[in-house]
Ligand binder design. Sequence first.
Ligand code: ATP
Ligand code: MG
Length: 273
Amino acid sequence: MVTALKERTTMDITAQKIGESQPATILTVKNLQIFYGEKRAVNGISMGIGKNNVTALIGPSGCGKSTFLRSINRMNDLIPGAYAKGEIIYEGLNILAHDINVVALRKEIGMVFQKPNPFPKSIYENITHALKFSGVKKKSTLDEIVEESLRKAALWDEVKDRLHKSALSLSGGQQQRLCIARTIAMKPAVILLDEPSSALDPISNAKVEDLIIDLKKDYSIIIVTHNMQQASRISDKTAFFLNGDLIEYDNTERIFTNPSVKQTEEYISGRFG
Ligand SMILES: Nc1ncnc2c1ncn2[C@@H]1O[C@H](COP(=O)(O)OP(=O)(O)OP(=O)(O)O)[C@@H](O)[C@H]1O
Ligand SMILES: [Mg+2]
């Protein structure tokens, strides 16, 4: 599926299969450092991200959560002076390598941002825009994908009679679910969510949380959140960051009931951050 990311020889693929020891890991981060010019924002972190898991990234403002998240689909490439060292291995390839096809990568690793950012186009076109760009032209196929993605994003019933109305006429919560539908339509393997419900009212937030739990059947999800209840409700694993370091990474239940590191305990109990 990922062959478009980079030309590979059969030998590489065989070597990769032999070396594969943890089939349940979709991404392996090795000594990842991320810099903005001289300043280092992520200090050499290593972790495995579970397949069909929800992984929560928590920690105080400025600790590097968004920087790390954006590196996973190379969004930091868009920031002048930003660069990364180390490796993020996906399907046997280091996605930080220069010769990775970033457009293909972003199809496999999709991202939803904090503020809903639909295009100023119809609901239908928001979903079909990137699909058409990637070569899907047949109307019946596009119709099918629109319905399927909106259903998966728990938005279909609310918008099925107004698909050709502007996406900007939707509420904030609906816009965010549309952005999730738009990401799902590309059939990614991994979905990155950067505080996706922080701008939403409690009911929309609950819908997005239910949706995330439902989506992990088909996708691997990494979510940044400042909301400890949210992390404990929806995630399988939680990673606690502080000043660019990965302080503790464990099963969510463990992190929230019996963390190993004092700083984690202090953060989750609200003593700083
Ligand atoms: N575009 C940028 N240029 C320069 N420095 C940046 C840039 N974006 C982030 N940083 C710096 O990198 C560090 C980590 O920022 P980042 O946005 O990753 O933190 P965060 O954990 O997501 O914080 P928050 O919870 O507030 O969103 C901070 O010191 C920040 O000032
Ligand atoms: Mg952030």
